[in-house]
Design a protein around this ligand. Structure first.
Ligand code: NDP
Length: 228
């Protein structure tokens, strides 16, 4: 049975690269996007085995509708890749950061991920080996020197990592992990980044398809566990 894998925010960047890698390995991939037309177009570019769903992770109604659509079409979900995120405060100082920007960032990167994970938990429960991959970032790591770059984004990725641990505890039969793609050439990462979107997507693809199911509650980069 081909695994059924939903990737949020997968019309471009790392999510789109992961969709292509997973489809090439025989997975049934569902591309999520706030704009259905954009998702349909992206799915067409990848060919058979890829479908599209409208999914705004900040909108309860949109999430519910996506669950209903995937339930009707496939009846289960084998992997959920929470890839969607926003970065609004690139070079902003924490001292000038508007609370609204932090709230908006947390609402997408953390609350949105929780909302989608909660909503798809019943469909994941119908899989023999369900997986959740939260696309996080080294920007959220707590083991290094204090950093000043993109405070709202960094705070959101640290919170996302705790969400990963909480989800792993709440869903003992689901393999739940965070992963960092590394700095990649995408709309978010910019053109100076050293990695291609495909290189960034590799660990996501591995976690969604091949990594051992008892590897859970961890933070990974380049297929290896890294410190939180
Ligand atoms: P992009 O900005 O290229 O893509 C992000 C995607 O998120 C978009 O396609 C967008 O989809 C989606 N998105 C934004 N808001 C929402 C929302 N409310 N609901 C649903 N989808 C939404 O980013 P990348 O490909 O670079 O990043 C992918 C992931 O990798 C992110 O989690 C990012 O934080 C992480 N990351 C990226 C790094 C990099 O260097 N690029 C480094 C470390 C981590 P649409 O507009 O179609 O809805």
């Amino acid at each position: 049975m081909n695994p059924i894998i939903l990737i949020t925010g997968a019309t471009r960047g790392i999510g789109f690269a992961a969709a292509g890698q997973l489809a090439a390995r025989g997975a049934q991939v569902i591309i999520g996007s706030r704009e259905k037309d954009r998702a349909v177009e992206a799915a067409k570019r990848l060919g058979s085995g890829v479908s599209a769903v409208a999914l705004d992770i900040t909108d309860v109604g949109s999430v519910k509708a996506a669950v209903a659509e995937i339930d009707k079409q496939f009846g289960r979900l084998d992997a959920l890749a929470n890839n969607s995120a926003i970065l609004l405060d690139h070079y902003q100082s924490l001292l000038d950061l508007k609370p609204e920007v932090l709230l908006e960032t947390l609402n997408t990167n953390v609350v949105g991920t929780l909302r989608v994970s909660q909503a798809f938990a019943p469909l994941l429960a119908k899989s023999n080996a369900p997986r959740i991959i939260n696309v996080s970032s080294g920007a959220g790591q707590l083991d290094g020197e204090p950093q000043a770059w993109a405070p709202a984004y960094c705070i959101s990725k640290t919170a996302l990592n705790m969400l990963t641990q909480q989800l792993a505890a709440a869903l003992p039969h689901v393999m739940v992990n965070s992963m960092c793609p590394g700095w990649c050439r995408t709309e978010m990462g910019g053109s100076d980044a050293p990695r291609s979107p495909g290189e960034g997507a590799d660990t996501l693809t591995w976690l969604a398809l091949e990594a051992p199911h008892d590897l859970r509650g961890k933070f990974l980069k380049d297929r290896a566990v890294i410190p939180w």
